[in-house]
Structures are given as C-alpha cells and as structure tokens.
Design a protein around this ligand. Structure first.
Ligand code: KG4
Ligand code: ZN
Length: 337
C-alpha cells in the first residue's frame, strides 16, 4: 500500500511516499531555514506563504522520485496539527484536493504521532518493528513528552515539560551564545570542542514525577553569559564551546535519566526517541549506553520534520480503519494524549 504523506506544520514543506508504513519510496523536504534565519526564528506569515509557493512542486517531486503515477497511490496522509494554523492549512488543502480528485482515502495525522512512527521506517526488510508496550520520548521544538504506548494508536502521557521544550531550550541558548538558528545542530557542533566540567549547570530533576523543566537551566546560562561578558575581555572571549557542551550535557542528563526511570517503572519492552532533538548525537549515545532496554531512534533526517513519518503514521491509522472526512480541519493546538 503506497501512502502519500504531506507535512507543512511549521517551516518545512515536505512530501513523501511510503510503502506499507515502513519502506520509503521517496522523501522530499524543502527547508525554509534560510528564510527564517534572518529573523532568528520562524515567522508564521512568511512560512505559510512559502508553503503555498512550494507545495505543488514538492508533491510532484515526491511522486517522480518514487517512480510512481497518481494512480499508484492508495491513500493520502496529512498533518492536521499541532502547528501554525496558516501553514497546516496549505498541506491540508493540498491533501484534500488530491484525495478528492483521485478518489483516495484521506487520513489526518497528529504531527507528534508522525514523529513516533518515524521509528517504524526501515531501510532493510529484516529489522523487526518496535515491540509494545514501549516508551517514547518526544523531544522537538514545541514538545518534551514521555508517552507510553501499549498498542498502535494508543498514547498515554506520563510526563511533559512544565515550561520550555527541549528543542526550544536549545534554540534559546544558541541565540544567547550567538550560534544562530536553528540552535540544536549549532550547539551540538560548538560542544564538540567544549569541556562541560568547566561550567557545571543545574538540573531540574522534579523527582517523583515524569515531568521536565528547562527554563531554570536557560536562565542559568543567561546569568553565566552576563557575568562572563562583564569581565574586561568581554564577549569576545566568551567560552562558547564550554558553555554549549555544559548546556547540552545538562539537558541530555535529565532526558536520559528520567526516560530510563519511566521505562523501567512501566516495564516496557523498548525505548523510542523521536522529534528533532532525537537527532542529537549525545542524547542518542547516552540513552543507548544507560538503558538496560533496547533503544531505537530514527536516522537524523527522519528525526527532524519530514513527510515520510506522516505517511508511516497514516498507514497504521488506515490499518486500524481510521479514515477522515472532507471536513477535517487544521487544529493548531492538537494534543496526542
Ligand atoms: O521535530 P522538529 O524538527 O520540529 C518540531 O516539531 O518542533 O524539531 C526541531 C527542534 C529545534 O528546536 C532544533 O533546534 C532541534 O529540534 N534539533 C536539535 C538537533 N537537531 C534539531 N537539538 C539538538 N541537537 C540536534 N542535533
Ligand atoms: Zn516536528
């Protein structure tokens, strides 16, 4: 079964075709990063206009790269939330137009569900699918959620961030350190030559809960930068690599320890990482090292926003008999659980 996936919830215009929810036939992502980098973050109006410009050629390219024609598609899956209203509407209307014109089922996918299902995508047929019950840590620009999944399409929220999302913290700290946007990859790069022990930073453990908090850590970095900048050599000598390394380690420490703790408590069979921050090498490495359970994470390009993950999640929704009607609307604040 070939599912066309469409994703326009934020600043990537993406389309992909995935076979049987697991094998990528094509995966096209047009990033708007350069457009928004000028402003240091995503500008909603700029994003939706850019989606309008690129959505048609991107879908056509996804079909061409898959070597398929319109009649070879079996369904259309599309992100309908959470995300920017104007951006979501572009993908949603494109998906409806295609589904209506071709007489195909339309399936709306929660963007976070898509991130989780990136873990079902494989490059070889031998890799077995994730085993339930499982625990998924979703770490993106807008979310830091610990989700317990006992079955396909079943999501129980165990904990979440009480303030900043992990990705948001990376982006804000990158701005403090003049590392540019998006911050996650920039911090990871800067941290490679840094010594985290030079600037120990606080960790909010929130013991007894599965929740997270990153705003105190962000403020601690801000104070440190202020203090260091007031020294005679000022900002020019700011130890950016050490600060980036220390910040990254503090975030990863808390994410890993709390995820492993929740996984053991709920006796799951495996741990999944998902979302843009799951592309972080230190997070991947430390989770794998510290977990006694199997740990799975998508390749970096499937951690950040893409449409293959939407097609994969859409396939499993269709398998469960879930199809949407033409009145499916964009839900900017859509929740998973
Ligand atoms: O999932 P995603 O692409 O978009 C949302 O749904 O939000 O996540 C984007 C977030 C950004 O905050 C970005 O800085 C972060 O993921 N990110 C990373 C890395 N790559 C992307 N954070 C840490 N390390 C990375 N390598
Ligand atoms: Zn995302």
């Amino acid at each position: 079964m070939n599912v066309l996936g469409i994703e326009t919830s934020c600043d990537e215009t993406a389309a992909a075709v995935v076979e049987d929810g697991r094998r990528i036939l094509s995966n096209v992502v047009a990033s708007q990063v350069e457009l928004h980098a000028l402003y240091g973050g995503v500008v909603p109006e700029v994003a939706s206009r850019q989606h309008v410009r690129t959505i048609v050629p991107i879908v056509e390219r996804a079909l061409a790269q898959a070597g398929l024609k319109w009649e070879n598609l079996d369904a259309v899956a599309v992100t309908y939330g959470p995300g920017l209203a104007g951006s979501l509407l572009v993908g949603l209307n494109m998906a409806k137009a295609i589904a209506l014109a071709r007489g195909l089922p339309l399936v709306g996918v929660n963007h976070l569900e898509g991130h989780i299902y990136a873990n079902w995508i494989v490059t070889d047929k031998e890799t077995p699918p994730p085993q339930f019950p499982l625990l998924c840590l979703i770490v993106s620009g807008g979310h830091t959620d610990l989700i317990l999944m006992r079955e396909h399409g079943e999501y129980q929220l165990l904990g979440r961030t009480l303030d900043d999302a992990a990705g948001e913290a990376f982006d804000k700290v990158a701005r403090l350190l003049d590392l540019g946007y998006p911050g996650g990859p920039a911090i990871q790069r800067a941290a490679t030559s840094g010594r985290p022990e030079n600037f120990p930073l606080p960790r909010a453990w929130l013991r007894g809960t599965h929740n997270f908090s990153f705003s105190g850590l962000k403020t601690a970095v801000l104070r440190l930068v202020d203090e260091l900048s007031r020294r005679p050599d000022g900002r020019t000598a700011l130890p950016v690599a050490d600060l980036a390394a220390s910040f990254q380690e503090a975030v990863v420490d808390v994410l890993v320890e709390k995820t492993v703790e929740a996984a053991l408590l709920h006796e799951v069979r495996e741990i999944l990482l998902a979302g843009g921050v799951a592309a972080n090498a230190l997070l991947r490495q430390h989770t794998a090292q510290r977990s006694p359970l199997p740990v799975r994470f998508p390749p970096p390009n499937l951690c950040t926003d893409n449409a293959a993950m939407i097609a994969a999640a859409g396939y499993f929704r269709l398998q469960a008999g879930k199809v949407d009607s033409w009145d499916l609307d964009a839900v900017p604040t859509l929740r998973l659980a």
